[in-house]
Design a protein around this ligand. Structure first.
Ligand code: FRU
Length: 722
């Protein structure tokens, strides 16, 4: 391990010059010995056991953790990895005690024997220390502690960092372990200044609180205190002056109550705090969904940020789309489960937030939902079947919550967490042959990433059954008919990037048939999920992915990709997933333009000049054998979507997919929305979702060297928000 940037401790420390009659002589202290500064990519020759330490030192604060302060350089040992549940030890190679003190920086839980650093001699613990636990906030800070080891001089020892704590808050942060003749001891880190720097009381007489946001303003922490209890707590870039946009907090639960709004970084009477108002409508209700970069037939949240689709489930005529949501800012953060419903996958209605964080810092990360028709968990209280959501609680582990009101509100299960491991993103499915539930979890042990599979008969008690190596985040597993034949099914497994394996599954273990295949070739696809509980007479496997598309200048950010139907089809290379948009897009079709058996060459005038549309559904069959040109395709509102006949590749915005066109036939289906172009080539063999902000003034479709089109149909689409 190398020394920290700019941190070279006392080489020749304290050269004391003592004047005495006999003359001057120098007393030289020995140099400090660096035992570990944890700045490398790995732990080097330290031995890692368990899953609390990850593949190498943490680069500061970890996902879901409060800010870690007081470490040196860029990295440290931080066993918050994967939340508080992970355990393990990190042991140094043997070292000789050569100085009077061993100094180190430590923070985290004050749990002797459980979250600690130990000095071992002959396997026996001779010194130990813990962090400070002085929450809130200060608990993550590191400060110097020191062991006097004068009596152990010359002995061989090892240092061991331990996190054995399973239940409740507690992990350990360690950095910069040194041998030194000088003791370094600092006071326990101070609890940060009191959280309340300003506050205001409001009696709730309207549905929503409106809060002003300025992107880039210092993030402050806001607490809404009701009846002496913190009802909501989040960070927000609260605008002191002119806001970029307004967000809202739903006050339905607190009607008539007096609430106190506490802000940690403002002065009493500060503008941002005073500007908070109440209203019965959400901010900007009149112009909602009409914003310049608002997707018109893709879901995006009214305000704030969205990422992964979560809890996709169909129940009694409604498709539920829950999603990773920051209600209070343009960027990722404050993770909640937002919620929208649709009866046709095209028209969405955003409903109140479905799952709020348990407490600040314990965020609601991704997961799934099922209908527990047989009431296996015993949560049923009324006439409706129970919808059970499984999500990652970043402070507790894998958690479940249940809804007896058609997915509107959820109660957290009192026995949470139901699974503790290092990872996240539970996807639950019912395995009918074994009459049990299966949970697929992203699982990370050291450097090894994969999907862990668990089973349960009641959604509460889970047994780990197997692990599939090599997948990252948001696992998915489902059964699917091969070539539409219900009696020949296969199982498909993928992670957040969609790279999938086809194989078989016996309810406990997945056995892949072959290599993993690419699912999409786009620039914005991530963290998809498929619906559970689709009625048998429909039988489709419907997927919605997060569309990683930035929408600068908007009061919202990101969107979902258009729902697609997945099918598994036999090809000459083996079974492959095909992806096509769900047929419900037809509901938005307006003006239709059609050309048949024609040449669409561009000779001075665009042959498709009749099209003047922002939103389009394009379906083309092109005879590429008729083309003399190298590239064939379209300019979609100026963006080329082109097929290279010689190379047999499809390209859009720098993304390229291999695509063969047997018989010289290229089929292209293209959906165009305000910030996207979704391409489905050769009946879904290639799926290429592209994020692009179209030039506003360009509403054209132009052919690119189409010498012969067997058919071209272009529908102008209506907005789903109309
Ligand atoms: C994937 C992901 C998930 C996590 C969530 C947090 O995009 O990182 O693994 O649960 O987002 O928002």
């Amino acid at each position: 391990m190398h020394a920290k940037l700019g941190y070279v401790i006392s080489t020749l420390v304290a050269i004391a010059l003592l004047a005495c009659p006999a003359g001057a002589f120098a007393v030289e202290e020995a140099k400090d010995i660096l035992i570990a500064d944890f700045e490398g990519q790995t732990y080097g020759d330290w031995k890692v056991e368990g899953d609390a330490f990850g593949a190498g030192p943490a680069k500061g604060t970890l996902q879901g953790q409060m800010t870690v302060r007081g470490y040196l350089g860029k990295a440290l040992v931080n066993t918050y990895l994967g939340g508080d549940g992970a355990t393990g030890t990190l042991t140094s190679p043997p070292l000789k005690i050569e100085r009077k003190h061993i100094n180190f920086l430590i923070g985290g839980g004050k749990h002797p024997g459980q979250t600690c650093i130990n000095l071992l001699i002959g396997g026996k613990c001779v010194r130990t220390a813990t962090g400070y636990n002085n929450s809130p906030g200060g608990s993550e800070a590191l400060a110097w502690q020191s062991w006097d080891v004068t009596d152990l001089a010359g002995k061989m020892a090892t240092i061991q960092i331990v996190d054995k704590r399973k239940g409740g808050w507690g992990h350990v942060n360690v950095d910069q372990i040194m041998q030194s003749d000088k003791k370094r001891q600092s006071a326990a880190p101070a609890t940060p200044p009191p959280a309340v720097a300003a506050s205001r009381e409001i009696t709730i007489d309207k549905r929503y609180l409106h809060l002003p946001v300025k992107n880039g303003a210092p993030g402050c922490r806001v607490k809404l205190v009701v009846d002496g209890e913190t009802a909501r707590e989040f960070t927000i870039e609260l605008a002191e002056g002119e806001p970029d946009f307004w967000v809202f907090a739903d006050m339905a639960d607190f009607a008539g109550k007096k609430i106190r709004v506490e802000v940690d970084k403002m002065t009493e009477g500060a503008k941002g705090l005073e500007a908070i108002t109440q209203a019965d409508e959400v901010p900007g209700a009149a112009g909602m969904y009409k914003e310049k970069h608002r997707q018109q037939f893709h879901f995006s949240s009214r305000r704030g940020w969205n990422n992964d689709s979560n809890g996709l489930v169909y129940y009694k005529g409604e498709y539920h789309l829950y999603y990773q949501h920051n209600p209070y800012g343009w960027k990722w953060g404050n993770m909640h489960w937002g919620h929208a419903v649709s009866d046709d996958l095209v028209h969405w209605k955003e409903l109140p937030i479905a799952i709020y964080p348990h407490r600040f810092g314990d965020w609601v990360f991704s997961g799934s939902a099922v209908v527990d028709a047989d009431n296996t968990a015993g949560f049923k209280t009324g006439d409706e079947d129970v919808i059970v959501a499984a999500y990652t609680s970043t402070g507790r582990g894998e958690a479940i919550a249940y809804s007896n009101d058609r997915g509107r509100t959820f109660a957290d299960y009192a026995g949470n967490p139901v699974v503790k491991h290092s990872g996240r993103d539970p996807k639950v499915i019912w395995y009918a042959p074994g009459k049990h539930w299966v949970m697929a979890l992203f699982d990370q042990v050291g450097k090894s990433r994969g999907i862990a599979l668990y089973t349960s008969t009641n959604l509460k008690d889970w047994q780990r059954t197997s692990r599939i190596d090599g997948y990252y985040e948001c696992p998915e597993i489902f059964e699917i008919a091969l070539d539409g034949k219900a009696d020949t099914t296969k199982w498909v497994v993928y992670g957040a990037d969609g790279k999938y394996a086809v194989g078989s599954f016996d309810g406990k273990t997945f056995a892949p048939d072959g290599d993993r295949q690419t699912f999409h070739y786009g620039n914005c696809f991530y963290a998809s999920q498929t619906f559970s509980n689709i009625p048998a007479d429909d039988g489709r496997r419907i997927q919605i992915a997060w569309g990683r598309i930035d929408t600068p200048g908007m009061p919202f950010n990101q969107c979902m990709l258009f729902p697609v139907e997945l099918t598994l089809r036999t090809t000459s290379d083996g079974p492959r997933m095909f992806t096509m948009p769900v047929r419900e897009i037809e509901k938005l079709r307006g003006k239709k333009h059609e050309w048949k058996d024609c040449s669409l060459t561009f000779s001075g005038r665009n042959p498709l000049a009749a099209i003047d549309a922002e939103l389009m559904d394009i379906s083309a069959e092109i005879d590429i054998s008729a083309s003399q040109e190298k590239e064939v395709g379209f300019f979609v509102r100026g963006t080329p979507v082109s097929y290279d006949v010689a190379k047999q590749t499809l390209t859009c915005k720098g993304k390229t997919a291999p695509l063969k066109c047997p018989g010289g036939k290229l089929s292209l289906r293209i959906l165009v929305d305000r910030t996207s172009i979704e391409i489905y080539a050769n009946d879904g063999e290639v799926y290429m979702p592209i994020g692009v902000i179209h030039p506003e003034e360009n509403r054209s479709l132009e052919p690119m060297n189409i010498a012969k089109a067997t058919r071209l149909t272009v529908w102008e689409l209506r907005s789903a928000w109309e």
